[in-house]
Ligand binder design. Structure first.
Ligand code: SF4
Length: 323
């Protein structure tokens, strides 16, 4: 068993991708600390020490028609999530300026809802234009399901990356959402790629899925060629159908990250919503294969202070490119 890590590590460096069976063996590796450290070495080998920081602006919040069971923004759940149709442009710029000063590379406008209408997209164009004018941030969008026309409009606005989480592996998706399909999300990613955008897609752990399910999600993301993978840890939000779930134990979270790294050695693994629940232990995620994070606040939960993130990550040896 001791050789499994060494053998798999060298196979990956020689270009052989980890298959499902090996991933399942890795998940059962008895010395978890060794497994996490091997994932950290793999991250350094393939991705170096540059840390990938990004941030999001909640551009349209709540009132969503969809029924995603984990989400505070569905109109079907009674939560305290804010509800507004369009962020005030000045407020968006205030956030964008502070994000630009923090050292983040990318900024995304995120909208609740199944998709956005063309007329709404034109309103967001003004905000994108102002961000481009005042900062050097690369632009992302996360606006639900996408058709070709909207994808072309976004690229014309200077948006270079599209985000659409798969949320869970294909086999479990209908347990978490019934109003749209996993395949519609995959189609959205393909539409965005065809329009020239790079892709960002990941999922949520802690929704009652097994380690096998997480391995399947990591393999599916690899199959789609995703190189930016947000990993969210479920924050059970009062009023959502998943509000009574027990949070995942830390070792399970770290092993999941390590598995994602072994399966996707050349992707940015980006800790997203939920990491603040781990307190100071959240920084252990970045010694188990993760090399990116969303900084600042998330959509419906508060994040960690950016200065604290930067100082802890620098202490761990990560590098930042200030723009
Ligand atoms: S995840 Fe998106 S589509 Fe699903 S309920 Fe929340 S805002 Fe709506």
């Amino acid at each position: 068993m001791a050789d499994l890590l060494r053998e798999t590590f060298s196979q990956i460096t020689e270009g052989t991708a980890v298959n499902r069976e090996t991933a399942l063996r890795l998940a059962r590796y008895p010395d978890q600390q060794k497994f996490w450290s091997a994932a950290d070495r793999l991250r350094r080998r393939f991705m170096g020490d540059h840390f990938h920081l990004c941030a999001i602006i909640n551009a349209r919040s709540g009132g969503c028609t969809e029924d995603c069971r984990f989400c505070a923004q569905s109109a079907r759940h009674r939560t305290d999530a804010p509800v507004y149709a369009m962020i005030d442009a000045e407020e968006a710029m205030r956030i964008a300026r502070s994000i630009a000063a923090s050292g983040a590379d990318r900024l995304s406008l995120v909208t609740s809802g199944r998709s956005v209408r063309k007329a709404e997209l034109h309103q967001f164009a003004t905000i994108y234009e102002q961000i481009r004018h005042e900062t050097k941030l690369d632009l992302c969008a996360s606006m639900g399901l996408l058709d070709q026309e909207n994808a072309a409009l976004l690229t014309a606005m200077g948006v270079s990356r599209y985000h659409c989480n798969l949320e869970s592996c294909a086999a479990r998706f209908t347990e978490f959402c019934t109003t749209h399909t996993w395949q519609e999300k995959v189609d959205t990613l393909k539409t965005a790629a065809a329009a020239g955008m790079s892709l960002c897609s990941g999922g949520i752990i802690g929704m009652g899925e097994s380690m096998e399910d997480r391995i399947d999600l990591a393999l599916e993301l690899r199959g789609l060629g995703i190189r930016s993978i947000p990993i969210n840890i479920l924050t059970p939000i009062a009023g959502t159908p998943l509000d009574n779930l027990t949070p995942l134990p830390l070792p399970e979270i770290l092993s999941t990250i390590a598995l994602f790294r072994f399966i996707n050695p050349e992707a940015v693994l980006r800790m997203a919503g939920g990491r603040q629940q781990l307190g100071q232990d959240q920084y252990r995620c970045f010694a188990a294969g993760a090399n990116g994070a969303i900084v600042g606040n998330y959509l419906t939960t508060a994040g960690s202070p950016v200065a604290e993130d930067l100082s802890r990550l620098r202490e761990m040896g990560f590098l930042f490119q200030m723009r």
